[in-house]
Design a protein around this ligand. Structure first.
Ligand code: PLP
Length: 394
């Protein structure tokens, strides 16, 4: 079956952070701005997923659910088939989204005032997790080598050796720079953290969105030793556009860590929702062929951006990402301040990507824009054309 990713959908009447006219006015000062930020997709989910949710809705009772065997088995199969990672059903824990699980990990392994190692520029809520819980932000900035970001292992070793730094939050694949970390890179991070007793909370929410021929290496599959030293946070929410269903799979191979995580979450009495469960089972059971076509389409969009920029905005630097549907555009050669760049986006282009400034507290994202390309190509073309119009005089 051929799926249609070109079909535009009107999301303006959706209760959507990205598309609500009222929120766009509040956030950007323009209700009709073209939103190209917030990381959800302007595609409908896989038809099998939509059908499963509709069937669940038709049932008309929406009582408490639980982590049912068919839910757990679907997740186990998915990890094995898509990523070659063998997990057990009882390793899986539910939280309503990955953010909550990461904060839980952070509170389990650090006390207020202790350090959490984070590699910037990164998904900006990480800074809020740390600052909002009174922990200390310890930055190991990534190194930008002509658009390809790499980890600074020497600095990581130093930071990990400081006994006040107890946890590393690893984003794998990495949002916003689009790296799918290699086995060698992940092994090196793992070795450093093991040697210094630094626990790892690994955010693999973009794992299914690795663009071929790149591959996702599940962190806990690297070695039995590392599997016992991490909390893996993953989810079908980015992959199948289910963020509004509050789904996640928190996978913890270590009995001890899992028991501690469960204990910490127990007082909240969290149950997976009816619609999230239905969606997730369908996604992980029937969604593979749809996802393969999605990845093809996304790869086409990623290349489209490269061609468009080369022809129309050659001073904007961009490297096709290895993973995610996010383009990290380096606009620094345009010679604008980050404020002027943003002002041109909002008021001249009337396009709202995410402002790179948000992603780095030490200026790591200044002069960058993060453009979400999970949308029909015509919408992407419109956004880029408007951006070129707003920057073309430079
Ligand atoms: C790297 C990363 N982690 C976590 C999240 C949020 O996850 P959730 O909506 O499951 O809390 C996002 C959303 O964009 C993300 O990009």
């Amino acid at each position: 079956m051929q799926y249609d990713f070109d079909r535009p959908i009107d999301r303006t009447r959706d209760i959507s952070i990205k598309w609500s006219p009222q929120l766009r006015r509040e956030m950007y000062g323009e209700a009709d701005i073209l939103p190209m930020g917030i990381a959800d997709m302007d595609f409908p989910t896989a038809p099998a997923v939509a059908r499963a949710v509709q069937a669940r809705a038709a049932h008309e009772t929406y009582g408490y659910g639980y982590l049912a065997p068919e839910f757990l088995d679907a997740c186990v199969r998915w990890q094995r088939e898509r990523h070659g990672w063998d997990i057990r059903p009882d390793w899986i824990i539910y939280t309503p989204g990955v953010n909550m699980a990461l904060v839980c990990a952070l509170e389990m392994y650090t006390q207020p005032g202790e350090g959490v190692i984070i590699q910037s520029p990164v998904y900006y809520p990480y800074y809020d997790y740390v600052n909002g819980t009174g922990r200390k932000l310890v930055l190991n900035p990534l190194v930008n080598r002509e658009g390809r970001y790499e980890m600074d292992f020497a600095r990581l070793e130093e930071l990990a050796a400081d006994p006040r730094n107890k946890l590393m939050l690893l984003c794998s694949p990495h949002n916003p720079v689009g790296r799918a970390w290699t086995r060698a890179e992940l092994e090196r991070v793992g070795r450093i953290c093991l040697d210094h007793g630094v626990m790892l909370a690994v955010d693999e929410i973009h794992a299914d969105l690795v663009l071929p021929p790149n591959r996702h290496i599940p962190f806990a599959s690297l070695s039995p030793e590392l599997a016992q030293h991490c909390i893996i946070c993953t989810s079908p929410s980015k992959t199948f556009n289910l963020a509004g269903l509050l789904v996640s799979d928190i996978i913890i191979p270590s009995d001890e860590i899992r028991a501690a995580f469960r204990k910490k979450m127990a007082p909240y009495y969290l149950w997976p929702g009816n619609f999230g469960t239905a969606a997730q089972i369908a996604a992980y059971t029937e969604g593979g062929p749809w996802l393969d076509q999605l990845l093809d389409y996304l790869a086409g969009n990623a290349r489209y951006i490269a061609d468009f920029l080369a022809q129309n905005l050659p001073r904007v630097k961009y490297r096709v990402p290895e993973a995610t549907y996010l383009a990290w555009l380096d606009c620094r050669d345009l010679g604008l301040t980050p404020e002027a760049l943003w002002d041109r986006m909002l008021h001249r282009a009337k396009v709202a990507p995410d402002n790179g400034v948000l992603f780095g507290p030490q200026g790591e994202g200044d002069g960058f824009l993060r453009l979400n390309f999970a949308c029909p190509r015509a919408q992407l073309q419109e956004a880029l054309t408007r951006m070129a119009g707003a920057l073309g005089d430079l």
